[in-house]
Design a protein around this ligand. Structure first.
Ligand SMILES: NC(=O)c1ccc[n+]([C@@H]2O[C@H](COP(=O)([O-])OP(=O)(O)OC[C@H]3O[C@@H](n4cnc5c(N)ncnc54)[C@H](O)[C@@H]3O)[C@@H](O)[C@H]2O)c1
Length: 259
């Protein structure tokens, strides 16, 4: 048997949520290039429409939808719209994140708003879309976590910069995402729906030079992540090539957490 065809996403319908942001834009481009039909969805309609137009102009099948991940009716309505037009999803990538809390002393209301989208909303994405996949007897969900869900803050990297006030909600929900992945992998596994998590490292976004230098030195590959780094692992986990992989958390971090 030839292995390469099993990596193909052609004829699959995939929803990358939060596909207009920093990591999401590169992810949308990588997935669009596979020949899959993509429904890219986020809460910002203008931004997501612009991404869909750019990818359509490149000859890809990419459709934009807006929704609020923290609102059950909105998530359910998104599924209804997708199923009416494309049928049941083959793949879901949970890449959305809301960052209402700006530092250690952010308010309890900001923490609660974060949980509405990043905790309750994440659960709803698994329940609403995962249940439909389970009923269809196939599917793959890929959660985009973070190394900050695996390890505590490395404050020494931020010394002398203005970006070192890290928010607790992020460490909380990214840690929770890894075990929620295992929960749904166990729940849906018997009906051949796989659920996995990727834990990316820091994305280069013009952070202060001192931070970038220290961060790069902390990785084994001596660099931060860019827009090409996430796509390959997501495509693999969505594809049939990963048919016997479920419940894992795979760091995509240049060796940051291995050191
Ligand atoms: N940026 C990094 O350095 C980094 C590092 C490790 C992991 N990650 C992870 O990668 C993923 C993407 O991060 P990013 O930095 O590209 O984020 P970003 O803030 O640039 O984009 C987030 C996306 O989520 C969408 N979103 C936010 N709230 C939403 C809601 N209520 N409903 C629907 N969509 C909503 C936004 O519209 C946007 O498209 C996240 O899971 C994040 O935790 C990022």
């Amino acid at each position: 048997m030839k292995a390469l065809p099993s990596f193909s996403l052609e004829n699959k319908v995939v929803l990358p949520a939060g596909a207009a942001g920093l990591y999401g834009r590169g992810l949308a481009a990588a997935l669009a290039g596979t020949g899959a039909t993509l429904i890219i969805a986020s809460r910002n309609a203008d931004k997501i429409d612009a991404v869909a137009k750019e990818e359509t102009a490149r000859g890809h099948r990419v459709f934009a939808e807006s929704f609020d991940q923290g609102d059950e009716a909105s998530v359910t309505a998104l599924r209804t719209r997708i199923e009416a037009r494309f049928g049941c999803l083959h793949g879901l990538v949970n890449n959305s994140v809301l960052r209402p809390m700006k530092g250690a002393n952010g308010t309890a209301a900001q923490f609660a708003e974060s949980m509405r989208v990043n905790a309750t909303g994440l659960m709803l994405m698994h329940r609403v879309f995962g249940q439909a996949m389970a009923d269809a007897g196939r599917g793959s969900i890929v959660n985009i976590g973070s190394i900050q869900g695996m390890i505590g803050p490395s404050y020494e990297l931020y010394e002398g910069t203005n970006i070192g006030d890290l928010p607790p909600d992020y460490f909380f929900h990214k840690g929770g995402m890894i075990n929620l992945t295992r929960f749904y992998a166990g729940l849906y596994g018997p009906r051949q729906v796989r659920v996995n998590c990727l834990a990316p490292g820091g994305f280069f976004n013009l952070q202060p030079e001192a931070f970038v230098k220290r961060y790069c030195e902390h990785t084994m590959l001596n660099r931060m992540a860019d827009s090409h780094d996430l796509g390959g692992a997501v495509i693999f986990l969505l594809s049939d090539a990963a048919a016997y992989i479920t419940g894992v958390n795979l760091p995509v971090d240049g060796g940051y957490t291995a050191k």
